[in-house]
Ligand binder design. Structure first.
Ligand code: LLP
Length: 431
């Protein structure tokens, strides 16, 4: 079933008509479907049924408190990578025993806050990080639960900017060094090694890289156990992709089968850190056409959303389907257009040469599959307040992050005392 149907000729999010939401909230705005979030979570968790598994939603994909709480209410834990995300997870109601803290550069302050919160595990990626965590845990008379993130040197077959599992990437520890690190950890009383972790990249659309990585890390897990290390958790990361063009669902059963096969006989608890697959297809970015401009050989459709709202096309040349909110007739002719935002850079382009049915100034368009890595990566570049976020449940909607008003935007900056007067003359006059 779709959570984004055309009804009465207009696109809806569940039972909420987008033109009405646009009138109420203003454009551009992100709009999420509660039903789509819940069904993505249930499908993912359901595919793992029978395994001893915890699903720790990767907040980096979308950390709006309402989104996180929607998932937490279904039992999701959290994968966090900063103190900010840790606070968001806790504020959304995720219990600390279901929170993993990942990332190559945790600060001492972040480690202290997470230790005090009593999280499930730190995914540690280097010896210096392990030693820092040991010191901070000992200062607080605590022991830090740790999973060692290993780098299996597997090509994830994804965009190079989001691949993390090759030896040349900054992530994880070389598998060959893991044994030495475990030996060192035995001398660190503030550390309790409880598991291994792996994550080879994001937006993976093929299973063989997962299979290769999971097999390698499961093999190491078995070896470490045989060497006497009492490991009790294997964290298989996130990374399962979505289908940005066709929006066919990801192959959850295939993914789960790879997990089952690779971990068979290990008899351990598994942790997963999915982000995109839970939220990506649950959101749209709704934007209004400002102008249609015919260049010498191209038509530009200039919309009121920009790269500050959605950076994925700029950063990764990512494709997002773009559909009109007013349902086009079945025989509507399409013509290729460049869909661009108002920002003063050529890179502020959502799509090039994209076939679209006729659009005119004032029309609404929906940029699809923007629930993941959309709002969270937005900025106020060009002093544009980032797009607000709306959550729909049935016919109800709520603005779950309002648009920053201009007072708040300007209020982020402070003038030093020597610049308090607006002009040099005025300051001399005051002296
Ligand atoms: N676990 C770790 C350790 C990660 O680094 C990531 C993503 C995840 C889990 C969640 O991965 P997911 O299931 O969402 O693929 N901004 C990029 C994606 C960056 C992903 C970074 N790490 C994009 O827009 O495609």
């Amino acid at each position: 079933m779709t959570y984004f149907p055309y009804e009465d000729g207009v696109l809806h999010v569940e039972e909420a008509a987008l033109p009405a939401l646009a009138a109420a909230v203003g454009t551009p705005f992100f709009c999420y479907s509660s039903g789509a979030l819940e069904s993505a979570y249930r499908n993912f968790a359901g595919a793992l049924e029978g395994l001893d598994a915890i699903v720790c939603y990767a907040l980096k994909a979308n950390s709006n408190l309402a989104v996180v709480r929607t998932l937490a209410r279904l039992g999701a834990g959290a994968d966090v990578v900063s103190e900010g995300e840790l606070r968001q997870a806790l504020a959304a109601g995720v219990i600390p025993e279901r929170i993993v803290f990942a990332g190559v550069g945790k600060t001492p302050g972040e480690m202290a806050v997470a230790l005090d919160a009593g999280i499930l595990q730190f995914n540690v990626e280097s010896l210096p990080e392990l030693e820092a965590l040991n010191r901070i845990a000992l200062d607080r008379s605590l022991q830090a639960p740790v999973a060692l993130r290993v780098n299996p040197d597997v090509d994830a077959l994804t965009h190079e900017k989001i691949a993390t599992g090759k030896a040349e990437n900054k992530f994880g520890i070389d598998m060959a060094q893991a044994g030495a690190l475990f030996a060192r950890a035995a001398e660190l009383p503030g550390i309790c090694f409880e598991g291994l972790a792996v994550h080879i990249g994001s937006q993976l659309t093929e299973l063989p890289p997962f299979r290769a990585a999971f097999r390698r890390v499961a093999g190491l897990f078995g070896e470490l156990r045989a060497a006497g290390h009492g490991l009790c958790r294997l964290d298989l990361g996130g990374g399962l992709g979505i289908s940005y063009r066709t929006r066919t669902p990801p192959d959850l059963q295939g993914y789960a089968a790879v997990v089952r096969e690779a971990t068979a006989g290990l008899d351990t608890r598994l942790v997963f850190e999915p982000g995109r697959v839970l939220v990506g297809d649950a959101g749209l970015l709704v934007t209004r056409v400002l102008y249609v401009k015919d260049g010498t050989d191209r038509r530009f459709v200039i919309v009121d959303a920009a790269m500050n709202d959605l950076i994925r096309p700029t950063l990764y040349d990512a494709w997002h389907d773009i559909i009109p909110v007013a349902e086009p007739s079945a025989d509507a002719e399409t013509r290729p257009v460049d869909l661009v935002g108002p920002i003063c850079e050529t890179s502020d382009t959502f799509a090039r040469g994209r076939p679209l049915p006729p659009v005119a100034a004032g029309d609404l368009l929906a940029i699809c599959s923007t629930g993941a890595y959309g709002a969270v990566m937005s900025s106020a570049y060009n002093a544009r307040p980032p797009a607000p976020e709306v959550l729909v449940r049935g016919a109800r909607h709520a603005v779950v992050r309002p648009r920053l008003d201009y007072a708040a935007l300007l209020g982020r900056d402070r003038l030093p005392d020597w610049l308090e007067a607006p002009t040099a003359d005025a300051s001399r006059g005051a002296a």
